[in-house]
Structures are given as structure tokens and as C-alpha cells.
Design a protein. Structure first.
Length: 281
């Protein structure tokens, strides 16, 4: 370990601690994650790494994801959440932003998210990490990472008090969409779609003949009208969606982003490795 690399890590330490604390919500756990990142750096050959800050951010995020998964169903009492310590090297402005972004109310909501939802939301919405990079951290596609962040964002914005009712409403919207699609009811499809809705297909879906992106309610409605007879309703990672099965195996999954009673995006997922990682019911 060269002195220059040690100095570079110390220069990134505050950033890494900020990332870890926003993901984990605990200063002590965040420091543990940063220390583990240091250990992994000391054991790695980074001579070919051109963006060390990005590399370290990826490592600390993966460490945090493992720590979140290890928590299981444990929940922290917001009244007992520790306050952010202000060390000698703390940036006061950064500490104010951090305190605002991970206050007890937000931590309570974040604690209801799955580890991957929490990670995707924090990295994208708080640190502007692109979805392709997030996908590499959690082992998914960019479309799936976008869906995770979107689902987490809805909970953060709306809290959890009405989550059960919201989930029931989303199921109703997807069921209505499937029924309208099966019977070729173009008007009913349009009524369910946001005017700016997007249908996005992953690379495997494009190879199967789907357009990479179809924008607008008319285009999406035309794509689905009368063409979903082989699809069935499913819960995809706990969220309502559609799945097309062949020989009892999922070949295509449709993940929905829904705002109120309107569909704002549909992600077509056909990549076999991604499908295998989904929790389908």
C-alpha cells in the first residue's frame, strides 16, 4: 500500500462515510463499512482503476448491501436513533444536508424498504449514481434498478400509512390493464396509461422483437391491444405485474410503475439471468 493511495483513501473517507450513513442510517455501522472498504482496498490491485472514487463508492455500497441483508427483519426505534457525530474533519454544510436527508422520519420509511430498494434509492436520488452502475452493484439490469428506486421513492414521498391501500390499488390497475389488453379495448387501455408513458425493453427483449423504447399512450396501447392473451398476473418482488410463461418457465416479465390510478412506465424484462433472480408469485 503506497503512501499516495493511503492519502487518496483519506481524501475520499468523508464521501464514503456519507454514502454509508445514508444507506445504513447508523454512524457506527457506516464507520464499520468504511473500514471494511479500506481492508478490501488494501487487498486489491487498483493499478488499472481509472476512477478510484467510483471504485470505492461501489465497494462501500456492496458492503452496505451485505450489512442491510444481514439485518433481517430488525427495525430500529426512531426515538433511539443516534445523532450524526461531528468529527474534527466534518464539513458543517455537509452535516446539515446529511441530517436533513436521513432524519428519524425518513429512516423509519427507509427501514420498510428491501435492501436493494434502499440502496437504489439512496445511490440514485441522493448521490446521482447512474442506474447502470447501481445495477452492477445489486446484480440486476438498469431497468430493474430504476424500478427499485422508483418504488422506494413512492414510499418515501408518501410514507407507509397508506401503503397497503396503495398496493391494492396498483393490483387493480394491473388487472384492469390485463383485462383491457386481452379483449383489445383500446379506449380502456388509454384510460389507464399516462400520456407520457414509456414501454422500455431490455436487450433480451429487443432481440425478441420489442422496440427498445415506446413512448406515449397511443403507441403503448397499440402494442398491448389484443396481445396479452398468454400473460398472467403475478407478484414480482412483491409488486403487481404480468408474466408470460412458456413450459412453466417465465420468458418475459412486465414491471409497472404506477402513480395513483395511472401507469407511467412499463419495463419489459426478458434477460434470463434477471428473470432467475426475481421473486415471482
Amino acid at each position: 500500500m503506497t503512501e499516495a493511495l493511503v492519502e487518496r483513501f483519506e481524501a475520499d473517507r468523508a464521501h464514503l462515510r456519507s454514502v454509508a450513513q445514508r444507506i445504513l442510517g447508523s454512524p457506527d455501522e457506516a464507520e464499520d463499512a468504511v473500514q471494511e472498504t479500506w481492508v478490501r482496498l488494501s487487498r486489491s490491485d487498483t493499478s488499472e482503476v481509472t476512477n478510484l472514487t467510483g471504485w470505492l463508492t461501489t465497494v462501500v455500497s456492496r458492503v452496505c448491501l451485505d450489512m442491510l441483508r444481514a439485518r433481517g427483519t430488525r427495525r430500529e426505534d426512531p426515538a433511539e436513533l443516534p445523532e450524526t457525530p461531528a468529527g474534527d474533519d466534518a464539513d458543517p454544510e455537509q452535516e446539515v444536508v446529511l441530517a436533513d436527508s436521513i432524519g428519524p422520519a425518513l429512516l423509519l420509511v427507509l427501514d420498510t424498504l428491501s435492501p436493494t430498494e434502499r440502496l437504489a434509492f439512496v445511490l440514485h436520488d441522493m448521490f446521482a449514481v447512474p442506474f447502470p452502475e447501481i445495477a452492477g452493484i445489486i446484480g440486476s439490469t438498469p431497468a430493474a434498478a430504476r424500478q427499485l428506486a422508483s418504488r422506494a421513492r413512492r414510499r418515501v414521498q408518501g410514507g407507509t400509512a397508506t401503503e397497503e391501500g396503495d398496493a391494492a390499488r396498483r393490483r387493480e390497475v394491473v388487472e384492469a390493464f390485463l383485462a383491457a389488453s386481452r379483449r383489445g379495448d383500446f379506449a380502456a387501455l388509454l384510460a389507464l396509461l399516462d400520456p407520457a408513458v414509456e414501454l422500455r425493453a431490455d436487450e433480451a427483449g429487443v432481440r425478441m422483437g420489442s422496440a427498445a423504447v415506446t413512448r406515449g399512450a397511443d403507441g403503448v396501447a397499440q402494442t398491448f391491444s389484443g396481445r396479452a392473451k398468454g400473460a398472467r398476473s403475478a407478484l414480482i418482488d412483491g409488486e403487481p405485474g404480468l408474466v408470460w410463461m412458456v413450459d412453466a418457465r417465465p420468458r418475459v416479465v412486465f414491471r409497472f410503475t404506477i402513480a395513483g390510478d395511472t401507469i407511467t412506465a412499463i419495463d419489459l424484462v426478458a434477460d434470463p439471468s434477471t428473470l432467475a433472480a426475481l421473486d415471482l408469485a
